[in-house]
Design a protein around this ligand. Structure first.
Ligand code: FAD
Length: 510
């Protein structure tokens, strides 16, 4: 859409990622006219949502509930053990990984609405498949899923964003690209619209309600250093370059309550030589998540985490922070050839920082920046400590750990003995920030005084209070969808009490 075509609407949605588009669909469903403002040009729209693997976690009790979301053939159902993942298990995972700090009301809301909301997205035209390659293994003739997560959007994040924008187009929801919201119009204690720098002009767009769904501050080096701490400005950004914390800043400027883990972020092991921001063609493939089947060493040649503490779904998002803390902010993951078949697809891309050698002695000399002698000693100590009396099983917490090491490996420990040996250099890649604003269960932004900021709603990454220290994989998209849907519905309801036509005269582009 061009700026000159921007019509008066009831609800303005800021951002064009997953949470924003869900908000726009829901506002339209509730009878409101809607417009979406997107800071990025059309070719780069969709924020972090476009960079995802599309993983979507939801609660289900049986295969019928699985089929409410995933497109599956009868044959696939017959050959697969999806297990169950109840709302209680999902709630427990959220509590456990966040050290029981996640806001109970908001968490319960998105967990209990997870499947229903994804089914609603499906009814709009978004398609979901089982996450075959990354979340299942063949065991005894049957495909078995593990660790709660079974679903993903078709075509991963780019497929999701493409279909969200196709649906918006079909339903006549206009998206104004290259339109960066800069401030909220705030009069007499109410939000009455938004100001944006749009296609080279200043647009003052008055509206009955505004939904902010424009991400966290992960792309902003200054804010990362300020809130997350030293060296976070040096982390690589896994996704979009457009999430600069604008939505949080705009909301705080009208008195919104800061909420959640402001010094915390989702961050992972990410290729050492990846570019400073995400690359669309690569998506999430610079990540290196198969460390539970090997070991990780730092520049001193020493291990620094329990690589097998839990399924990677529950450790990967907190281990980026640990890598950032290591000397030089890097690590190497080391594997032998026994586990080649277990390594995820991201280990087979062309843009990869990899070393390979026929012996461990030769390998350690190839690990740039690492004390080779110490590293060899670490591997020898680790190999000696592996428990041989417990069977290896990648789809359960197998308890095949180490004994006597200062930093144990609790599961999936195998002796590194099968050549060729291979290793991968990683650094810290930030995914998104955990701090944000406080919202009510109606997704209404809360003021520091403890009431709704009238006319202002928020969804997605910029909602604080859901994630602390860590994150269960596949939760960002679904929580964004749940709060986006609620925010859109409630914004439309609010806008009905503030008809856009009543403010039409004052709406203009400068
Ligand atoms: C590499 C990677 C892989 C991931 N994998 C998964 C996964 O598999 N499953 C999962 O659940 N989560 C995953 N995540 C996390 C997930 O991306 C986020 O939780 C989710 O996409 C956030 O959605 P959102 O709509 O809040 O933000 P975004 O999708 O980032 O959208 C924010 C939007 O706001 C726009 N914007 C920013 N500032 C302004 C402004 N001032 N004015 C107008 N527009 C603005 C941006 O351009 C963007 O369109 C991954 C993230 C990354 C980076």
């Amino acid at each position: 859409m061009q700026l000159k075509d921007a019509q008066q609407v009831d609800v303005v949605v800021v951002g064009a990622g997953n949470a924003a588009m869900c908000a726009a669909f829901a506002a339209q469903d509730a009878g409101a006219s809607v417009m979406v403002l997107e800071r990025a040009p059309e070719a780069e729209c969709g924020g972090n949502s476009a960079f995802t693997g599309g993983a979507t976690r939801f609660a289900f009790k049986n295969v019928e509930e699985v089929r409410e979301v995933l497109d599956l053939t009868d044959e696939e159902v017959a050959n697969t053990d999806f297990g169950t993942y109840t709302e209680e298990e999902f709630l427990e995972d959220m509590g456990r990984v966040t050290q029981y700090r996640c806001d109970p009301d908001l968490t319960e809301l998105f967990v209990r609405n997870s499947r229903k909301t994804l089914a609603w997205m499906k009814s709009k035209g978004v398609r979901f498949d089982a996450m075959w390659a990354r979340q299942s293994q063949k065991v005894g003739g049957k495909v078995k899923f593990y660790a709660g997560l079974i679903g993903a959007t078709w075509g991963a994040g780019q497929g999701l964003v493409d279909s969200l924008h196709k649906i918006a187009k079909k339903n006549g929801i206009p998206v104004l690209y290259e339109a960066a919201a800069t401030e909220l119009i705030y009069e007499n204690g109410e939000v009455r619209g938004v100001v944006a720098e749009a296609q080279g002009k200043t647009l003052r767009r008055r509206a009955g309600a505004v939904v902010l769904a424009c991400g966290g501050f992960e792309s902003n080096a200054e804010m990362r250093a300020r809130y997350l701490g030293p060296n976070w400005d040096l982390a690589k950004v896994r996704g979009t370059r457009f999430n600069m914390g604008d939505g949080i800043r705009m909301a705080l400027a009208v008195g919104a309550m800061p909420f959640g883990h402001w010094s915390g972020a989702h961050a992972v092991g990410w290729d050492l030589n990846a570019p400073p921001f995400g690359e669309r063609e690569i998506g999430d493939l610079f990540q290196k998540h198969s460390y539970p089947f090997g070991i990780m060493v730092n520049a001193n040649g020493e291990r620094f985490v329990d690589e097998g503490a839990d399924f990677r779904n529950y450790t990967y998002a907190k281990y980026g922070v640990e890598i950032l803390k290591q000397p030089g902010m890097f690590a190497w993951q080391i594997f032998d050839s026994k586990v080649n078949h277990l390594l995820r697809d991201e280990y087979r891309i062309r843009k990869i920082t990899k070393a390979e050698a026929p012996t461990l002695e030769a390998l350690v000399t190839k690990l740039e920046g690492v004390n080779a002698e110490r590293c060899l000693k670490t591997i020898a100590e680790y190999n000696k400590a592996v428990r041989q009396d417990v069977a290896f099983n990648p789809v359960i917490l197998d308890g095949r750990g180490t004994t006597g090491l200062a930093i144990p490996k609790s599961n999936w420990a195998n002796v590194l003995d099968t050549p060729p040996f291979h290793a991968y250099a990683i650094t810290c890649g930030i995914t998104f920030t955990f701090g944000g604003v406080r919202v009510s269960p109606r997704a209404a932004v809360q003021s520091v005084a403890g009431h709704d900021v009238p006319g202002l709603f928020a969804a997605g990454e910029m909602v604080g209070g859901l994630f602390y220290f860590n994150y269960p994989s596949g939760t960002g998209l679904v929580s964004g969808a749940v709060f986006g849907r609620i925010a859109g519905t409630e914004a439309a309801r609010h806008a009905r009490t503030k008809p856009a036509t009543a403010v039409k005269k004052r709406d203009h582009a400068e």
